[in-house]
Design a protein around this ligand. Structure first.
Ligand code: ADP
Ligand code: MG
Ligand code: MG
Length: 503
């Protein structure tokens, strides 16, 4: 057996002079290859300058077997979440406004209610597209390392394209410089390739092909003021260059005036003042995951109009609801995974999974429970074990969770009727002592700091009418944050883009 990798010995030794030279090579690569962000204040329609995305100077060590395990799990997760999104009864129970989270969480309630009304009026498109990202941290217990899931994202899973560029940057640094030679691990065979751009675009193109109308386009619904625009543009270029599919970018506010549904079959048509009307095959949301994207009822009305249409939605409202933290917690309850993965009557003999597959999923989970568990028991348990927990509401995009010592006070302030909107989750304990150099645009010095790295595995699934038509694993992402920052969003400024060196 190989000796376990010593995470405290990372990154490899490098002199200040060499590190400056490495930083120069890294940032020049990033700027030259479109590993970019918009600076604050620069916005369309005038894009005049860009900065490199925050990056790490070295890739992060990760056990090869755990990486391969995460890749293997992705296909099961693609199918699992597709089936959840098609199980109306389950989503009504879990996320609805009558008995589910939607009773107390206003945002969930709005989405669910809109979807229920549309179901009654009739939805024009049976297919859904998911571009997913399953996020993991390494968990260390004694000397044993395992892979633990942080969350599963079903909407606006970002950084696929920039993650690929970051992996390519680390590969280029390995080939082109001498600065990686102080570690035997840092050679090309240990730097896994990452095809997340083509992987994600293959999913979008599959939906477009299934829609099958000549001249139709894919709509990207984006946020006003999005700084992570290059990550989206790389998907657009790939769609155009590889599949000849054109993209239309619009915000909810622009769409409010521009969306028409055809009378005949609810085809989604965008009518802009200075362009010919275009039919939309697929709606890809890089927006719509937070209540901030819905400041008034108008944005909800636009969302529901898109949902009503014949275009394929990525994600549909039920698929967005399936990605709720509540669903992640309910999946850990006895029998729930069996409902989705072992029902031969519903999914056929080819559609059921082995006991081993279920065990593998469960091994990747931390303990979770709802705060409204058994009267006061859920809250009591959360107070008693606060230092080993994180509390999560039904939100995406970072910055919403409550950690450790902040938990007791938070529980005092939380009205009991809001408890069902929250889950408690055991904290994952990543290996200690791992460091890296983090580089941000505009700061001359990079920072050496103790870090935690989160691995995301992308996947896509095209499904509907009870069946998964096609699904694939679609590359990966690493985000690295300073150890003392609880949250890990690159967009929210707490972390950098990174890649893996398999050990
Ligand atoms: P969001 O949907 O807002 O990204 P996450 O569940 O991913 O919510 O939580 C945000 C961040 O909080 C994660 O990226 C991770 O850094 C940290 N985090 C979440 N859950 C855990 C956990 N169980 N253990 C350790 N850190 C966690
Ligand atoms: Mg997350
Ligand atoms: Mg999320």
């Amino acid at each position: 057996m190989q000796p376990a990798f010593d995470f405290t010995q990372w990154p490899p030794l490098i002199s200040d002079k060499d590190r400056n030279a490495l930083q120069y090579r890294a940032t020049s690569y990033a700027l030259a290859h479109g590993l970019l962000y918009l600076p604050i204040g620069v916005q369309p329609p005038k894009l005049t300058s860009a900065i490199h995305a925050p990056i790490s100077l070295f890739p992060t060590p990760f056990p090869r077997d755990q990486f391969e395990q995460a890749q293997r799990l992705q296909s099961i997760y693609n199918i699992l979440y597709s089936r959840i999104a098609m199980d109306i009864e389950f989503l009504d129970q879990t996320m609805g406004t009558e008995v589910g989270v939607g009773q107390v969480d206003e945002f969930t309630g709005q989405l669910w209610s809109g979807w229920r009304d549309l179901r009654e009026r009739g939805l024009a498109q049976p297919l859904h597209l998911g571009l997913f990202r399953s996020d993991y941290l390494l968990h260390q217990r004694d000397s044993e390392l395992s892979l633990k899931q942080v969350e599963f994202n079903t909407i606006s899973s970002s950084f696929g394209a920039l993650a690929q560029k970051t992996a390519e940057m680390h590969r280029s640094l390995e080939i082109s410089t001498k600065f990686y030679t102080n570690s035997a691990h840092l050679n090309a065979s240990n730097l896994p390739p990452n095809h997340s751009t083509s992987g994600l675009v293959e999913g979008l193109a599959a939906a477009h092909a299934a829609y099958n109308v000549d001249g139709s386009r894919i709509l990207f619904v984006v946020q006003t003021g999005e700084r992570n625009i290059f990550d989206q543009l790389w998907l657009e270029y790939e769609l155009l260059e590889k599949y000849s599919i054109h993209v239309v970018r619009r915000t909810f506010d622009e769409l409010a005036h521009q969306v028409k549904l055809s009378e005949k079959d609810f085809a989604l048509i965008i009518e802009s003042p200075d362009e010919r009307p275009v039919e939309i095959s697929t709606v890809y949301y890089r927006s719509g995951y937070t209540p901030d994207d819905f400041p008034t009822q108008t944005q909800y009305q636009t969302r529901f109009k898109l949902e009503r249409s014949k275009a394929i939605k990525c994600p549909s409202i039920p698929l967005q609801l399936a990605g709720g933290k509540k669903v992640q917690q309910v999946l850990t309850e006895p029998g729930v995974l069996e409902r989705f993965l072992c029902d031969e009557k519903k999914y056929g003999s080819q559609g059921v999974f082995s006991a081993q597959a279920l065990a593998d999923l469960r091994t990747s989970w931390m303990e979770m429970w709802p705060l409204d568990l058994d009267g006061d028991a859920g809250v009591g348990q959360a107070r008693g074990r606060a230092l080993e927990l994180v509390l999560k509401p039904q939100r995406e995009g970072g910055g919403n969770n409550v950690y450790k010592e902040a938990i007791p006070e938070f529980l005092v302030s939380l009205p009991p009727r809001e408890r069902p909107a929250w889950i408690a989750m055991e904290l994952i304990s990543p290996p200690l002592g791992l460091k890296n150099y983090l580089v941000r645009a505009g700061s001359e010095e990079c920072v050496e700091t103790e870090v935690v790295s989160e691995l995301g595995i992308f996947g896509w699934s095209l499904f509907g009418e009870g069946k998964v038509i096609n699904e694939k694993e679609a590359g990966w992402l690493v985000r690295t944050k300073g150890k003392d920052s609880n949250e890990g969003g690159v967009a929210t400024g707490f972390s950098v883009l990174d890649s893996l060196v398999l050990v």
